[in-house]
Write a protein that binds this ligand. Sequence first.
Ligand code: XMP
Length: 514
Amino acid sequence: MKLDAIIVFDFGGQYCHLIRRRIREQKVYSEIVTCDTSPGQIEILRNKFNIKGIIFSGGPSSVYDFDSPKFNLKILDLNIPILGLCYGHQLIAFNFGGKIALGKKKEYGITQVIIDKPADILSGLKKEEKVWMSHGDKVCNLPSEFEVLAHTENCPIAAFRHKEKPLYGIQWHPEVIHTENGMKMLCNFIFKICKCKANWKAEAFIEDIIEKIKQIVDKEKVIVALSGGIDSTTATILASKALEKNLYAIFVDHGFMRDGEPEFISNTFKKFDINFISVEAKKRFLEELKGITDPEEKRRIIGKEFIRIFEKIAKKVGAQYLLQGTIYPDRIESGFRKHSDKIKTHHNVAGLPTKIKFKKIIEPLKDFYKDEVRDIAKKLGLPKEITLRQPFPGPGLAVRIVGEVTPEKIRVVKKADKIVREEIEKRNLNENLWQYFAILTDTKSTGVKGDARAYGYTVAIRVVESKEAMTASFTRVSYDILEEISTNITNEIPEVTRVVYDITHKPPATIEWE
Ligand code: XMP
């Protein structure tokens, strides 16, 4: 059975991936394609999916820029409903002869919009709605075949529809959570206008993924980078179904794992019916990181060391391919799109060295978000200890030690992390949390311990809630629990004189400190 799908055209907007994410949250399949995708390429996609709608994302350009991203006008002849958001909204208007005013006055942040006609995409909305705007240019004039649906103080045409064709535009961003009824607006498009059926599940892709791995690899050997986290474990299990004994799972202990982790991983995976190889490489990583304080450099060094170890083992076992558990957010943050910025170098994406001795790197989960990977893992029958584990970055505690990584700092952050985990888990708070951990900051401060002056480390505690790690909120952990964590850390770790709690959301912060 072919699934219904909405295709997102990427014009370089920073929220483009969120559009796809919101559609998938509604159990409708969605894929992002480049903005110049041709009708022929849409036809190819139609072999796999019923394409019921297209969304043009926002983007940083102005429609009048010489090199502004454009779309193939023949897309308009396909008679597929199209919704333009922000730059996409302006582009539709522009292509039909509308006038765009170049942005002298910007509209940025939460804005009150007046809904003039609560129809189609805006049906069921109140007279006034709180929406998230982020634009300079605006549509100021539309040809007569269009109808204005909403305006703001600064923007006379904040939403429109074509009178006969299924074409819609919204100047604001319904995909951003600050647009209070953004989901309702998107659902109007997905379900009322495009008439999609909500029948997509990540698990439905299991057989496809296994088949694709078989096709790429054929009878050759593969090594999989296994960190013990949900992503790499799920990738390993999928690959082992495709390759059986031609798969070698490699766990590298770089020395930056949490307390008890290497043992947990070895014990867990020795029970699975896979070739499991554990590599002890603590000294090597520590030496390479000596004197390094820049977080991006740390990530690149760690990425490179991982690869060199994998290459060595691949040579030994005769493997040609490397398989990784990379997921979609890793790629977004590493800046893989043409017009998007790099937030941080995920060790397994942009942190890879340019020359690699593998025929190919296979990333079967590269289009999925973590909660979707969790669904796949559950379907594969993985135990709760794995499906419910909190995410842990590949470079491990090395990116939770601000500044140079030293054996002393590793010891301190490991102990602090253990205390945070114990305090949260003994109260069963973990099931609703995305991550809870300790960071060793690079700040020292004066304290007094046992009537004597002490000068020691400052530990920060980070507890966040999130759905997919693209955005996150700090958790309002009770003062009683924070007090117990703080007391235990300062009592049990002599090197620590101060504990602070991180009250920053993502954005503007990221979840990890480095
Ligand atoms: P940030 O810190 O960017 O993290 O908000 C988002 C999620 O990704 C995890 N993370 C990583 N995972 N390699 C990984 O495999 C990395 O280099 C890496 N950096 C961050 C982080 O723990 C959070 O869940």
